[in-house]
Design a protein around this ligand. Structure first.
Ligand code: AMP
Ligand code: GLY
Length: 420
């Protein structure tokens, strides 16, 4: 099977790495990709938001499966265009991707499906905003209704800051604050059958100890030794299946990756948000543990035949990923800095540690130098018998990488490893 992956971050590198290890994959293409993905896939240039262009590229390559990684092309309807061209596509339709594209839509689906989530108001006027902020009290949670690349949510004790964010966004969802640890649980679905993957935890804040601004994610680990072993079954029953059933009932079935961002509160599991695609950096650790070949799983979702698949197989290993980010991330990042040490990791830690690329590219000349090209630059991933070993290996690999001005958290999975 020839496979085309759309996107170019560490998530797509993780997907491409797994696909490259799947014997069913005879050719692997990625657009636009990055300097690391270039080692496992042939790269192409395409406007990822242009469905017709993506479908044309897939047809030209003879792709038997297209996987759309990021949310923006999904919300723009790229998966629809690929399917209309008769090519199987992993990723929800434009209509179903509204589950991520509009927080208000997601709340409406959850209400229809009886899925537990924070109580909320959708507000468009300053009066509505004030009323909602008053009703819930501090800490205030204010969310831009639309896609905001992880920057649309403000959680604050400062009512003025909450009000300012709400007025700057226009249409917002204001909701009850959820206490308790967060868990990301992904499920592969064909619109009927729902196959949950293993839970992971993401570190959203820039600095150690969960300090500093929100980011796209600074690291992740899986499994979660502290979580209730029944968590996955419970979320399958109370969140994932009802949501998929509700979207099917509405005539907009969701096929692809359903990402449930959950809070394990003192009053039970609540959905913080849904995403319509694999999460980054959680994908890096979840796929590190998946033993079932990836292409067959995603193709079954695209073709509506997930019910026929045998249960997924998982490694008992733990996995940890640590993100190396550019100077000044999550503000405007500095780019163009050379990255050194990539070959050291490949030679000294393999196969237990490896570097997945996010914002990287080859320098313009022929030197083979890889330079930073985005906020999150690398996602250094390692597996081990337990979290402590995976952590040790990941940080040993991080220490071999040199990127001027770069930053990373030093406490990814630390608490979970200590408690395990
Ligand atoms: P989101 O973009 O919806 O993932 O939100 C980003 C982050 O804001 C989440 O990972 C949480 O840490 C936090 N957050 C969102 N909604 C809530 C809530 N209702 N209560 C507490 N924290 C929240
Ligand atoms: N890990 C957060 C996200 O992918 O949205």
């Amino acid at each position: 099977m020839k496979v085309l992956v759309i996107g170019g971050g560490a998530r797509e590198h993780a997907l491409c790495r797994s696909l490259s290890l799947d014997p069913a994959v005879t050719a692997l293409h990625c657009a636009p990709g990055n300097a690391g993905i270039a080692d496992v896939a042939e790269l192409h240039q395409v406007d990822a938001l242009d469905g017709k262009a993506v479908a044309a590229l897939a047809a030209e390559l003879g792709a038997g499966l297209v996987i759309v990684g990021p949310e923006a092309p999904l919300v723009a309807g790229v998966a629809d265009a690929v399917r209309e061209a008769g090519i199987p596509c992993f990723g929800p339709s434009k209509e179903a991707a509204r589950l991520e594209g509009s927080k208000a839509f997601a709340k409406d689906v959850m209400a229809g499906a009886g899925v537990p989530t924070a109580r909320s108001y959708v507000c468009t006027t300053p009066e509505e905003v004030d009323e909602a902020l008053d009703a819930f009290g501090a800490p205030y949670v204010v969310k831009d209704d639309g896609l905001a690349a992880g920057k649309g949510v403000v959680v604050t004790d400062d009512v003025e800051q909450a009000r300012e964010h709400a007025l700057a966004c226009g249409r917002v969802v204001i909701e009850e604050f959820l206490d308790g640890p967060e868990v990301s649980l992904f499920a592969v679905t064909d619109g009927r059958t729902v196959v949950p993957l293993r839970p992971a935890q993401d570190f959203k804040r820039a600095l150690d100890g969960d300090e500093g601004p929100n980011t796209g994610g600074m690291g992740a680990y899986s499994p979660l030794p502290w979580a209730d072993p029944k968590l996955v079954d419970e979320v399958q029953e109370t969140v994932l299946q009802p949501t998929v059933d509700e979207l099917s009932r509405r005539g907009t079935p969701f096929s692809g990756l359903l990402y449930a961002g959950l809070a394990i509160t003192s009053r039970g599991v609540r959905v913080i948000e849904f995403n319509a695609r694999f999460g980054d950096p959680e994908t890096q650790v979840v796929l590190a543990r998946l033993r079932t070949p990836l292409a067959g799983l995603l193709l079954a979702a695209a073709n509506g035949t997930l019910a026929d698949l045998p249960p997924l197989r998982w490694s008992d290993d733990a996995a940890v990923t640590v993100v190396i980010a550019s100077h000044n991330y999550p503000g405007t990042p500095r780019t163009g800095d050379p990255i050194e040490g990539l070959a050291d990791v490949a030679s000294q830690d393999a196969p237990d540690a490896y570097v997945l690329h996010a914002g990287t590219k080859h320098d313009g000349d022929d030197s083979g130098t890889v330079v930073s090209a985005g906020g999150r630059v690398l996602s250094v991933t390692a597996t081990g018998a337990d979290l402590a070993q995976a952590r040790e290996r990941a940080y040993a690999a991080v220490a071999r990488i040199r990127l001027d001005g770069s930053q990373h958290r030093t406490d990814i999975a630390e608490k979970a490893a200590d408690e395990a």
